[in-house]
Design a protein around this ligand. Structure first.
Ligand code: RM4
Ligand code: MN
Ligand code: MN
Length: 424
């Protein structure tokens, strides 16, 4: 299903007067409004191909119907999201869930929907039918060299698929680790993993990046071989200039200060990729901004400050992706909510009074510094974000229009009720 332009225009037309009033009210105090608008319009967040179906839990999976049955339909869904919000113009593929069967037609479809191919993701955390060696005891860390080689080979194949499609980065997330004390020699596991990553790194085309994603726990619960940003940074530094750390918001121990982590990684020029989601307990993969919106703002505040200090392009110099998966919501509605939360936090970070903040910090004005941050966080920027969408031909209220147009009902009609998308 695709949403015709005139439907978006009619929707915008009906909301325009109220929107303009809200926009004017909320922008009176925003300095450099044009700059903020431009940054918002440019900012694009990739949608992972595995977030388009209803997510599963360890206990069950309840499909909502109309889920994409193949890569083409996944791209169609993302095209649909992008036409509504104009902020999700990229797709991130997971291999082998999304092996492109016909590269030319997949590329043509991407062009038709205005989508880029963001980072490619490899999968050595599941065994595939017909696979020679099992990843039960890890992949790149494995005590058996043949298993490690199989995992290296898989990653190199993923790079090749990415090259065909015009992607420029590979994200490696390993489930490697141990469940019980004594199971692993930590140093050997690290060295094996490093060697494997080095082989993968050597296969990267000149303009590619590799992102080493870390995760503190799950599915291994005693140790993880890329367990935190320190370990990821060790690998990235040892690998070389094309290797970066990837921060996934759900992959930390409770209460970790993620904003400090991103600040230091940016200082080291080693932050490469970013996965958005929210969580209350662990890797909950909940809708972005649904649990801890202030934390999300504080993270964005450091991202903007750190990227500006390093003269980075906000949109293109980091790989932004949503990494969430939902059990009870319509996945497309959920993604629209996540993008909205991201744009709101980004806009709030853009309007922080940087000069005043520096002055407060230099004067040890603790209360003043807090006021400056909270002033930005408490600014209602929803109309600013909506205006950015309006200027790029998106919908003023994407979720409302999604419902008005009965998109899910139409997808169920097209694809059937009992469809299940590949993914988790
Ligand atoms: C992992 C991790 C990876 C993602 C998989 C599906 O927890 O977040 O980024 O590729 O899930
Ligand atoms: Mn992730
Ligand atoms: Mn995760």
């Amino acid at each position: 299903m695709q949403i015709e332009k005139h439907k978006i225009e009619a929707h915008n037309e009906s909301l325009l007067t109220a929107h303009k009033r809200r926009f004017e009210n909320s922008t009176a105090d925003i300095k450099e409004l044009n700059n903020v608008m431009r940054q918002l319009i440019d900012f694009q967040v990739a949608i992972p191909s595995w977030a388009l179906g209803t997510g599963g839990t360890r206990f069950g999976r309840f499909s909502g119907g109309g889920e994409p049955r193949n890569l083409e339909e996944k791209m169609e869904d993302i095209g649909l999201l992008h036409s509504l919000n104009q902020s999700s113009g990229a797709i991130s593929l997971h291999i082998p869930w999304d092996v492109p069967r016909n590269v030319a037609s997949i590329k043509a479809l991407a062009a038709q929907f205005g989508l880029r191919f963001d980072a490619m993701n490899s999968n050595t955390f599941q065994d595939q039918p017909g696979q020679q060696h099992s990843y039960k005891f890890g992949s790149l860390q494995h005590v058996n060299k043949a298993v490690r080689q199989q995992a290296v080979k898989h990653n190199i194949e993923v790079i090749k698929h990415g090259v065909d499609l015009g992607s420029e980065s590979l994200t490696v997330w390993l489930a490697d680790g141990s469940c019980f004390p004594g199971q692993l020699n930590f140093r050997k596991a690290f060295q094996n993993t490093l060697e494997g990553l080095q082989e993968i790194y050597a296969a990267l085309p000149g303009d590619w990046k590799i992102f080493v994603e870390y995760k503190a726990f799950e599915p291994n619960f005693y140790s993880t071989t890329v367990g935190d940003w320190g370990q990821s940074l060790l690998y990235a530094n040892k690998l070389g200039p094309k290797a970066y750390t990837l921060v996934d918001l759900g992959h930390h121990l409770p209460n970790a200060n993620i904003e400090q982590i991103v600040s230091l990684l940016l200082m080291e020029k080693k932050l490469g990729g970013f996965h958005f989601n929210d969580s209350k307990y662990g890797d909950d993969d909940l809708t972005v901004g649904s649990i801890k919106p202030y934390q999300l703002f504080l993270i964005f505040n450091e991202l903007v400050e750190g990227m500006d200090a390093a003269r980075m392009n906000h949109n293109t110099d980091l790989g932004w992706m949503i990494d969430a998966s939902h059990n009870v919501k319509d996945p497309l509605e959920d993604l629209l909510q996540s993008i909205e939360a991201i744009m709101i936090s980004y806009a709030q970070a853009l309007i922080v009074d940087r000069k005043a903040l520096v002055a407060a910090q230099e004067n040890n004005d603790v209360a003043g510094a807090q006021e400056i941050l909270q002033d930005a966080f408490r600014t209602d920027v929803r109309a600013v974000v909506a205006e950015a969408r309006l200027r790029s031909s998106g919908a003023l209220q994407p979720l409302a229009l999604f419902r008005e147009l009965k998109v899910r009902e139409n997808l169920i009609k097209e694809r059937g009720l009992k469809t299940i998308a590949t993914g988790l």
